[in-house]
Design a protein around this ligand. Structure first.
Ligand code: B1M
Length: 210
């Protein structure tokens, strides 16, 4: 088994203590952090999602896998971040109200920081007002929202509507993402950008800053 397959397997087993050293091993072997993330950690989490969907495993297993994934992300984080580069702009991010999934959102935050954005991370289960109040008070140029549930993605429109109602539409851009979200949905709710993954979120954020 390759080290990346071993990382994926350890995530699937929910074995955080094994994920951390394996991730270190992959880094030491010179495998690019993005590849470790995609072919190791995210690959494992994708299997977990599939098994959970067909009721082969249950919530505690998913939580263990998520914890194991974080153990790997902790090792990769310093490599995905770059210090001392001038800010490209301020981004307020969070998972929308009712949504506790935060792994993807955290990855987006790490990648944005690594690319030179100043990131204010509001965490998960964030109310529409909190997104807009924070962006307004902090002079942020972008609000980035994440949703993993079909039931919570509708909340994204509340934020777009609130930004519009406060007359902030020209100064605050809105980017959305998360597994059930699509470019078409983003257009429908009036968001400015949709990003499929954390790397494209950086490209979209750069484009939004002009
Ligand atoms: Co939940 N869950 N979960 N879960 N969970 C999903 C999303 C689900 C698809 C599983 C399934 O059925 N196969 C399903 C949703 C079904 C649906 O709505 N259609 C589901 C469900 C049903 C639930 C509960 C309702 C289960 C229950 O209680 N019965 C419950 C809801 C809790 C809540 O939020 N209120 C629940 C709970 C949980 C845990 C707490 C156990 C745990 C979350 C732990 C945590 O996040 N701290 C969990 C997990 C881990 C998952 C799966 C298995 C993995 C999600 C993940 O972290 N993926 C997930 C199945 C799946 O997605 N395959 C599932 C890895 C992550 C890197 O990917 O988040 O997609 P992702 O992020 C990507 C992109 O989407 C994108 O970039 C990221 C990096 O590439 N992206 C953005 C994300 N946000 C972005 C924002 C951007 C741009 C790009 O701009 C701002």
């Amino acid at each position: 088994m390759t080290v990346l397959a071993e990382i994926a397997d350890a995530v699937i087993q929910g074995d955080g203590p094994r994920v951390a050293p394996l991730t270190k091993q992959a880094i030491a072997a010179g495998i690019p952090p993005k590849e470790i993330l995609d072919a190791g950690l995210i690959a494992g989490m994708t299997v977990i999602g599939d098994r959970f969907r067909v009721h082969e495993i249950f919530l505690p297993d998913v939580l263990l896998a998520a914890k194991a994934m974080y153990a790997g992300m902790d090792e990769l984080k310093p490599l995905l971040l770059r210090d001392g580069i001038p800010s490209l702009g301020k981004v307020v991010i969070g998972s929308v109200k009712g949504d506790l999934h935060d792994i993807g959102k955290n990855l987006v935050g790490i990648m944005l920081k690594g690319a030179g954005f100043e990131v204010i991370d509001l965490g998960a289960d964030v109310h529409a007002e909190r997104f807009v109040d924070t962006a307004q008070a902090g002079g942020a140029s972008i609000i980035g929202m994440s949703a993993l549930l079909t039931t919570t993605m509708a909340v994204m429109k509340d934020v777009v509507d609130l930004v519009t109602a406060r007359g902030l539409r020209s100064s605050i851009k809105i980017m959305v993402g998360g597994a059930p979200v699509s470019a078409e949905f983003a257009r429908e709710i009036g968001a400015d950008a949709y990003a499929y993954d954390a790397a494209s979120a950086v490209d979209r954020a750069r484009a939004l800053m002009g």
